[in-house]
Design a protein around this ligand. Structure first.
Ligand SMILES: [Zn+2]
Length: 221
């Protein structure tokens, strides 16, 4: 196996195990739902089929080379969403991709085509947060649609009847964005289900995004 070197492989594995633990703790991946990946030299580390993200071990991780070869010690093989992970890493220079089955994201996805701007923190994900039309799980069509939804700028998207996808350049950022996306989806669901009609304008969202560029979120209340 030559996924980078042993030290970076161990670093990637530890990071995925920790991300899995945290998103499970946040309630975003019931049972064996959800999957993760980490981009490194020559390919991506991904979680395995039916792996429980809250209890990952190195046996649940696989290295998928850029040419498609797979290495790993487990029997399950890489997640069925390997196309999705590779598609996102192909369009974005990011370290981690996190796919959850956020309950709030699924609920919101049934009510809208784009999460409404009900809180300025949505700007931390992107200018808008699209709902990707339903495609079968594990399909190339879903992978392409998610890649297009994220495009060059967005850090997350909602998958109709399915869940959510987000990206991050660090362990903390990957976890925080997955949790933020879930929280925004819950706000959206609550607002839409109650018939609320107020929205932040495009100008207010742009202003919020600009303020966040010059301040960290932790100082922005
Ligand atoms: Zn899924």
């Amino acid at each position: 196996m030559n996924p980078g070197n042993a030290q970076s492989a161990s670093h990637d594995a530890e990071a995925l195990i920790e991300i899995g633990r945290r998103v499970h703790e946040a309630g975003l991946v019931p049972a064996s739902a959800g999957n993760l990946s980490a981009r490194t030299t020559g390919g991506v580390w991904v979680t395995g089929r039916r792996a429980r993200l809250g209890e990952l071990t190195t046996a649940d991780l696989y290295f998928v080379h850029d040419d498609g070869r797979v290495e790993g010690t487990g029997q399950a093989g890489p997640t069925s969403e390997i196309h999705l992970h590779r598609a996102v890493h192909a369009v974005r220079d990011t370290r981690f991709v996190v796919h959850t089955h956020s309950k709030a994201a699924v609920a919101a996805s049934l009510l809208c085509d784009e999460l409404p701007n009900v809180h300025y923190a949505a700007a931390m994900i992107g200018d808008s947060i699209p709902v990707v039309d339903y495609q079968p799980f594990g399909s190339e069509e879903l992978a392409v649609a998610v890649g297009q939804a994220l495009g060059a700028e967005r850090h997350g998207a909602v998958l109709r009847h399915h869940g959510a996808v987000s990206i991050g350049d660090s362990l903390t950022q990957a976890v925080d964005r997955a949790i933020l996306l879930d929280w925004l989806a819950e706000l959206s669901y609550l607002a839409l289900a109650s018939g609320a009609t107020r929205r932040l304008s495009r100008e207010e969202m742009t202003h919020a995004a600009e303020r966040m560029r010059i301040q960290t979120y932790s100082t922005e209340e």
